[in-house]
Every structure is written in C-alpha cells, then in structure tokens.
Write a protein that binds this ligand. Structure first.
Ligand SMILES: Nc1ncnc2c1ncn2[C@@H]1O[C@H](COP(=O)(O)OP(=O)(O)OP(=O)(O)O)[C@@H](O)[C@H]1O
Length: 274
C-alpha cells in the first residue's frame, strides 16, 4: 500500500504484529459474548451538546481493539463514557452481559474495568510500589500475587520499586500507570492515547508493552492518535468520525481501505517519519 510507504513491513512491525503471534481469526459472531460492548452511545459534556452520536464498539475476550480517528472525533470521550465520567443520554455499556451504564469508577474497577487516562496517571510523590498498591486499595489482600504478575510483565518496575514515580520519564510513568490498572486483574483495560507525548522510540516501547499485556490475556481497548502503529498491533479497530463508529475491520484491512486512507491520509502520512 503505497500510502503507508515502503517501510511498512519493518522489524518493529513484525515484532508487534498481532497476526503473527495471536490467533484472533474468528468472526465476531463466533466469539461468544463480548467482554465489553457499547451500544449506540449518545452523550457529551455539556447539556444539549452530544459528542457521541450513536457509537457502537465491542471487544471480545483476548482482543486488542484500537480506536482511531481525527482530532475531536470523540475517541477519548468513548473511554470516559465507558468509565462513567460523562453523562450518557442514550445507549448502554455492557460488561460481560451486565449493564454497567453510568456506574462510577470505583464500581467499574471492582467489576473488572481498568482505565489508564492520558494525563496525571501516576502519583508523583509516591514510589512505584506505592503507586501499584493504590491500584489495589479495594483488594489489598492480593497485593503480592498481583505485584508478581505486574513485575513479571514489567521487570523494571520491580527492580525500581522504591523509586518515586515523579522522577521517572514519560514512558516509565506510562508503564507504572498500566501496571497500576493491572493490579485489580481487569477483564478489560482501557488505554487513552498511551503513546501521547513520547518520543518515537518510547512510543514503540509503549506499543510493545500494550501488546505484551494483551498477550498475557487481558482484553484491551486503546485509543490512539498514532493511527498507523495502532492498526499494526491491534486485532480489530474502529474509526470514529463525529462521535460515531464510521468503519471497522482488522488493523490490516483498515490500513488498506481506500476510504480510511483518504480520511486519515494526513495522520498516516504524518506517522511516516516514525
Ligand atoms: N471536558 C470537556 N468539556 C467540554 N467539551 C469537551 C471536554 N473534553 C472534550 N471536549 C470536546 O469533545 C470533543 C471530543 O473530544 P475528545 O477528546 O473525545 O476527542 P478525540 O477524538 O479524543 O480527539 P483528540 O485526539 O484531539 O484528543 C471535542 O470537541 C472536545 O472539544
């Protein structure tokens, strides 16, 4: 696909490619119940102003789902809607068959929804270990078991457990934030633009981490502004436009879809330099 450039199949892609390492080949209808589904979500921040205009996305067990789209399309807003942070005026959010629409964050976390916001996602004055403990404030008894899980995925967090999170780089903080969300053993992890503000090398590292988390069995829904990298690692993706799911398909299908390329050429072309 010429729009994506000759370096499309580079080393980092083959390392990260979901198709090379996981088996998500079934059609959605054959996969049983979705872990998480939004159905025709309508909602927004201000009275009478809807940002989401009938947004339907779903993640099946073990899937890595990407959400891409132009600035202001409502990508982060979908995650906030799932996580009970905006007013939902229509539609619903369903977690493994249970309607969780509008539940507050603490309830959602205890039911198995983990969220890593884009900003302010660590406690800078606390150590790495204390940050991970904060993730478990509802269930402190399973700390050592979950700490082992998280530090097996991210050994650096274990080695530097006594270091203050405020002294870490952006990429390292992102790792702490993901680690903290994983402490509660979520069935689905929501990631809001995990690569934002990171250098290209750190972005690659972060995508690698996300892929690792997913391979460890956690379903992931990731909003990303880096559309090309997102499509490379996800199993399926949704393209959001004006608060609605405009296109969906596997990452590979969407990267080849002329309409998606036309709509996101700017974004995709901008990613070429990475
Ligand atoms: N707290 C808020 N109060 C009012 N409007 C908001 C708020 N946060 C976001 N919006 C508006 O909602 C719309 C969608 O924002 P959102 O952050 O979901 O977009 P996005 O697709 O994630 O884009 P971006 O990549 O630019 O973050 C934008 O028009 C934005 O101005």
């Amino acid at each position: 696909m010429s729009d994506l450039g000759p370096n499309e199949h580079n080393d980092s892609e083959s390392t990260l490619s979901a198709e090379s390492s996981t088996t998500h080949t079934l059609a959605p209808t054959d996969r049983g119940e979705a872990v998480l589904r939004t159905e025709d979500l309508v909602g927004g921040y201000l009275p009478g102003v809807n940002i989401l205009n009938g947004c339907t996305i779903e993640a099946f067990p073990g899937e890595l789902i990407g959400i891409i789209g132009p600035n202001g399309a409502g990508k982060s807003t979908v995650l906030k809607a799932i996580f009970g942070q905006i007013k939902i005026r229509g539609g619903r959010v369903v977690l493994k068959g249970e309607d969780i629409t509008g539940l507050k964050a603490n309830k959602l976390v205890s039911k198995g929804v983990g969220m890593v916001p884009q900003n302010n996602n660590v406690f800078p004055s606390l150590t790495i270990e204390e940050n991970l403990e904060m993730g478990l404030f509802q269930k402190p008894s399973i700390f050592s078991e979950r700490f082992d899980f998280v530090t097996t995925l991210f050994p650096e967090l274990g080695k530097r457990r006594k270091q203050r999170a405020g002294s870490l780089s952006g990429g390292e903080r992102q790792m702490v934030a993901m680690g903290r969300a994983l402490m509660m053993e979520p069935s689905v992890l929501l990631l809001d633009e995990p690569s934002a503000g990171l250098s290209p090398v750190r972005q690659d590292e972060t995508f690698m981490r996300v892929h690792q988390i997913n391979r460890a069995g956690v379903s992931v829904i990731m909003v990303e502004q880096n559309a090309r990298r997102c499509l490379q690692i996800c199993d399926r993706a949704y393209v959001l436009d004006q608060g609605k799911d405009a296109y969906t398909g596997t990452g590979r299908e969407l990267m080849k879809d002329p309409k998606v390329i036309e709509l996101y050429l700017g974004t995709l072309a901008a990613d070429q330099g990475h």
